[in-house]
Design a protein around this ligand. Structure first.
Ligand code: ADP
Ligand code: MG
Length: 419
């Protein structure tokens, strides 16, 4: 599903209140009954005004009417949740306008947004369940077995909370990550890193030193007690820092490559039961990529989990793996989120083409992708082409910088209400 902000400008202050009331009711009701919406929205105009608002919201697909045997009620849609999050960001002056999508993961939409000063940032909208809900049976089973957590929106909100929390903790610890700016519901805002993902880089002057810096960064995370869990070429952005040596008369420029790591909802503790498996998987991902892309093979084996484990919390590194529980995300919530993310991983393995096309990923060295003929994928594909975005292709040679965001195409968010 895509983010369409057009209906936003037509919503009145009352519409927003009713939308917020449906959201509030959703916390305890699968279907929110009308009397509850009336109570929560606290509108002076009474039930006829509430009905009018409900009809406006339903027309824009922000809420949906559900008919059940016991009672009729309403539920919030992903579109409604998007609007509530955008509304909250706009009210806090974090978002003034929304631009194009820069990345389309199957679990998230990545949009360029700007605040009222024109500063461009990244809005990440978590969309767990987007693909699986329609196509994969196992997830429906999961939902059926977990009726209390039957909402993918709830899981997406948890994913965003967890991601913002770790982004903030890592940023404070001086790890190169985007700067966290704000969080609302299933969305986070962070700084835009003007750097391509490693995936897009076709050659580097010194693969050995880039490899070493990626492993070093990974070991720093481990000292903080954390395993990234998806440490791969899509989730590492490579920033080019150009510097000139003042002692050097001919002004020769030196390019330093700094990895910036992103994407944290699946992060686990070094003490997780499957820590070693995740650790090895991450390390192997980087090794395999360097072999395939840069024909580089590390001369020393490892790093190995059993050695690295001994370094957790050493050298003055603050442990960050307990941050989650301290934040109010309970063990049960973390487990639910983990289960949902693992299911996505399974689906990715079973049906890689559906995910690859969504990532704008059109080539791979040795994989035969079937194009997913799905309507939504086509739409996403067109959107990407429209944005002139050829993400995923290894087209960048370090030394030739390609800017990420442009000022064009940012659409101002119009919201009538400033309550
Ligand atoms: P997903 O969970 O769907 O994989 P990611 O957080 O990995 O989402 O983001 C998907 C893509 O969007 C990344 O591979 C990257 O190209 C781009 N992206 C995400 N965050 C940023 C950022 N802060 N700055 C620049 N690009 C970003
Ligand atoms: Mg990612």
């Amino acid at each position: 599903m895509k983010l369409d902000t057009r209906a936003m400008r037509h919503l009145t202050a009352e519409d927003w209140k009713v939308l917020a009331a449906v959201e509030q009711g959703t916390k305890n009701h699968e279907l929110v009954p009308l009397p509850l919406i009336e109570r929560f929205s606290r509108l002076k105009g009474g039930s006829s005004l509430v009905s009018k608002c409900i009809s406006t919201l339903a027309k824009s697909s922000l809420i949906a009417k559900m008919k059940e045997a016991k009672y009729d009620g309403y539920r919030l849609t992903y579109g409604g949740l998007d609007y509530l999050a955008l509304h909250s960001h706009a009210q806090k002056n974090h978002i003034y306008s929304v631009g194009s999508r820069v990345g389309v993961g199957k679990e998230s939409d990545i949009m360029i947004v700007a605040d009222h000063t024109g500063a461009q940032q990244i809005l990440k909208i978590h969309r767990l369940g987007r693909i699986s809900f329609r196509t994969v049976k196992t997830n429906r089973d999961y939902l059926r077995k977990n009726p209390s957590n039957s909402s993918w929106m709830y899981l997406s909100t948890l994913a965003a909370r967890k991601e913002f929390l770790f982004l903030s903790a890592l940023h404070s610890a001086g790890i190169p990550v985007p700067t966290p700016i704000a969080h609302s519901r299933h969305t986070i805002i962070m700084s835009l890193v003007d750097a391509p993902p490693l995936r897009q880089i076709s050659s580097v002057p010194d693969p050995a030193s880039l490899y070493a810096s990626l492993i070093e960064l990974y070991l720093r995370l481990a000292k903080h007690g954390l395993i990234h869990g998806d440490y791969n070429e899509f989730n590492i952005l490579i920033r080019e820092d150009v510097s000139t040596n003042p002692d050097d008369d001919d002004g020769t420029e030196t390019i330093t490559l700094t990895p910036v790591v992103i994407d944290f909802p699946q992060m686990v503790s070094m003490e997780h039961v499957n820590a070693e498996m995740y650790f090895d998987r991450d390390v192997n991902c980087i090794k395999t990529f360097f072999e395939r892309r840069f024909h580089f093979k590390a001369t020393t084996p490892g790093p190995f989990y059993k050695d690295v484990r001994k370094t957790v919390g050493r050298d003055g590194f603050q442990r960050l793996d307990a941050a989650l529980e301290a934040s109010g995300i309970t063990k049960k919530m973390a487990k639910d989120l983990e289960a949902a993310i693992r299911q996505h991983e399974e689906e990715k393995k079973q049906n890689p083409s559906a995910y690859e096309s969504g990532d704008g990923d059109e080539e791979d060295d040795d994989e035969d992708d079937d194009e997913d003929e799905d309507e939504e994928d086509e739409e996403e594909q067109q959107q990407q082409e429209g944005a002139g975005d050829k993400e995923g292709e290894p087209q960048i040679i370090i030394g030739s910088k390609a800017p990420l965001g442009s000022e064009e195409g940012l659409e101002k968010l119009s919201i009538n209400d400033k309550t």
